[in-house]
Every structure is written in C-alpha cells, then in structure tokens.
Design a binder for this molecule. Structure first.
Ligand SMILES: Nc1ncnc2c1ncn2[C@@H]1O[C@H](COP(=O)(O)OP(=O)(O)OP(=O)(O)O)[C@@H](O)[C@H]1O
Length: 376
C-alpha cells in the first residue's frame, strides 16, 4: 500500500446473494415459483480508487448506486468478492450509529462501553467524557438508561462518541440525518475542524451543498461503477446532468403509463418574517421561490386576491442546490426565485394576504402557500 494513502481499492467487486424462502407444498411451489431460488445482485463492479491521508472525500450517486456498500466495505463490516480494499490508520465509522449501545445501560455507561470498543482505555475515556457529554447536549439525561432516549438523543450520543475516539479515518453515512438543524450545524462545524486537523474523511451524502462546502474531492458511483472523480463542483455538475437525463426518461415513461404525480414546493420568503409592517415611503418587496416536476405548470401570485402580473423570476442557487437531485430535469437555475415590489402608497392600513400558487393548464392547483401581514 502506498504510504500516502489512507484507503486503496483495487479492481474490487461486490455482490449480494438474495435468497427466497423455500416453498413447503406443491401449491406454494407453483404460486411462489421464485422461492428457494437465489438471485445474485452485482452491487459494485471493478472499483479502483485511492484516498490520500488528510483528504475529505464524498461518495455521490443516486439511490441504490452502491455508495453505502462501498463505505461498509471500507469499514470492513463486509468484504469484497473480488479485488482488494486496504486501509491504513485507526478507523471510526458513523454508519451504524450506536450499533454497540446497550439499552439498559445509562448514556454514561454506554460511552465507556462504546469508546472501549474503539480501543480507548478507561483513563483515556475519563479524560474526554466531559467533552463527549457536552457535545451530545444530553445534560442530566446522561445518567438515564438509553432505552428512555428519543431517537435524536440516541443519535447525538452516538455521534459524540464516534468523533471523540481519536480516529485517523472517519467514514460517515448521511451525517445530516442526525438530530435537529442546530445539532446538524454543530456536526458540520466539528467535521470542518476534524478536516483541518488532517483526518481522512469519507462521507456519503445526498446533500450536494455539504459536498461543495466540505469536500476536497467527489467520487461519483453510477449503477455500481466508478464514473468520475475530481473537483466537487465539476463532478456534481456532471452527475446532475446524468440524473436529469435519467429522471426525464423515467418521468416520460411514468406519464405514458399514467403514473406521474406532479408535485411542487412553493415558498414566500417575505414579508412572512415580519408580520407587522409600518407604513413608510417607498416600496415593499416580496420574495419567494417555487419548484415543480411537471410540464405546463404556471406560477400565480395574488395580493389580497388580486392577481400580481408584474413579478420577475430570478436565480436562487441555494434552493437549486437543495432540490436539484429530486427535481432533476425540471429546475431552471435562473428562474426558481420570484419577486415583485409594491409602493406602500398603494397598500391600505390593516391586514393583507399574499398567496402564491402552482397551477396546471386545467387550472388545478398543484401547490399553494399563503402569508398574512399587517400594515400599521
Ligand atoms: N445486504 C444486502 N443484501 C442484498 N442487497 C443489498 C444489501 N445491501 C445493499 N444491497 C443492494 O445493493 C444496492 C446498493 O445499495 P447501497 O445501499 O450501497 O446504495 P446507496 O448508493 O448507498 O443508496 P442510498 O443512497 O439509497 O443509500 C441496492 O440495490 C441494495 O438493495
């Protein structure tokens, strides 16, 4: 293994054998003819890659492309069927968070138990237990059995242990699924800190924003095969082009088969955040965004039930990045946002309602949002 590398994968293949139940009777055998059969599912094919020590790398790809399997192989929970995968450095994985936790032990006891699995001595754990408890924000709950924890509390404890065990390589699956927004932001900041302290980090995530902000490199796995490796912005752009093509094909097929359900999301940014406004000189500005996955869908905006015709479309890269994968093929980077202005002089004192709708060509409402504000 090259000394510069933390992970080396060479011509690696992984398949799973899916076995169906055996049929007991002749009737069952006729009805469930697949039972007793075996299917071999090729999940990863001929993967070769190097991850250098100190790099932060993302594995990206659509659902089922094999990213999590690749991460599990790195963790050595499972092994390749062909080829090799080697690692150099103490490794911690945030894949099956809390897998080793015991429900009847308290949070504190589980910290000792779990951290010792990672090779820390009792004294070493003593030294960092306060950091772990503080990071988990569990407070007094740390001395309650973890069977009394909510899933969020459980995850917070598991994450806090995993990042405090001094590993050199961190393997992380969907960090942003941990806890609420505040805790996610904290996890993100902690990962940035770990990244800057020369740890090797490999993450699997659908959050392309996280990949752009955190990673030095992105590796794209497409249908179990290596597709592209390089600068995150470039790899993500190429990836989204492919997702768009695949998505459009799937949706065309679904429309033909009558299965396509149009969905949309609409948002009114302002004046939602200030429900009370004071009448001043000048203009009041309204902003929002809308996305959908249908053809011939129009945006309609109403102020006090009067249609607003003079709104304009503008880019919203934050919204685009968040929805590009799910709505691939239907999002236009430059027109997701909408905005318009209205002179205060045209607005009477009192309550007003702004409404935004997505409607199809038969005038069916796909999605609607309303926001109320008062002018004093
Ligand atoms: N233990 C297993 N037995 C059988 N099939 C499996 C097993 N683990 C994974 N698979 C299959 O392997 C394929 C790849 O799964 P994997 O979880 O690696 O994909 P992924 O890219 O991480 O997807 P997602 O983004 O949805 O998590 C899927 O078709 C999945 O059903």
């Amino acid at each position: 293994m090259n000394k510069e590398n933390a992970i080396e994968v060479r011509n690696m293949y992984k398949h799973f054998t899916v076995e169906y139940d055996k049929a007991n009777t002749l009737k069952e055998r006729l009805i469930f003819w697949k039972r007793g059969n075996k299917d071999v599912k090729e999940v990863l094919k001929d993967i070769s890659l190097d991850i250098k020590k100190g790099e932060t790398v993302a594995l990206i790809g659509t659902n089922g492309s094999g990213k999590s399997t690749l991460l599990k192989l790195m963790t050595k929970i499972i092994y390749p069927n062909k080829g090799t995968l080697e690692t150099d450095g103490k490794l911690t994985s945030l894949l099956e968070l809390g897998a080793g936790f015991h429900p009847d032990f308290t949070g504190r006891e589980n910290i000792y138990f779990n951290a010792s699995i990672f090779g820390l001595t009792h004294q070493e754990i003593d030294k960092r237990i306060n950091d772990i408890i503080e990071f988990s924000e569990l407070g007094e709950n740390i001395d309650n059995p973890i069977r009394t924890y909510s899933s969020g509390m459980y995850m917070r404890l598991a994450f806090s242990v995993a990042i405090n065990v001094d590993a050199e390589i961190l393997l992380i699956d969907e960090i942003l699924a941990v806890g609420d927004q505040h805790f996610q932001d904290k996890c993100f900041a902690k990962l940035e800190e770990l990244k800057n302290s020369d740890k090797t980090i490999v993450i699997v995530t659908h959050s392309l924003d996280v990949v752009k902000k955190l990673c030095d490199r992105a590796i794209w796995i497409y249908k179990g095969e290596f597709r592209l490796d390089g600068d995150p912005t470039y790899v993500i752009d190429e990836y989204l082009k492919q997702v768009e093509l695949d998505h459009q094909y799937d949706i065309k097929t679904a429309i033909l088969e009558g299965r396509h359900k149009i969905k949309g999301v609409i948002y009114i940014d302002s004046p939602k955040n200030f429900s009370k406004l004071f009448k001043v000189e000048g203009n009041l500005a309204f902003h929002g965004w809308s996305i959908h996955n249908g053809y011939d869908i129009r945006l309609k905006i109403f102020l006090d039930n009067e249609p607003v015709e003079n709104y304009s479309h503008n880019p919203r890269p934050d919204v685009y990045n968040a929805y590009a994968e799910d709505y691939a093929g239907f999002l236009n980077k430059d027109t997701i946002g909408w905005s318009f202005e209205m002179p205060y002089s045209e607005l009477s004192l009192g309550k007003h309602i702004i409404k935004a709708q997505l409607v199809d060509k038969e005038s069916n409402i796909i999605e609607e949002k309303e926001s109320e504000f008062t002018i004093e």
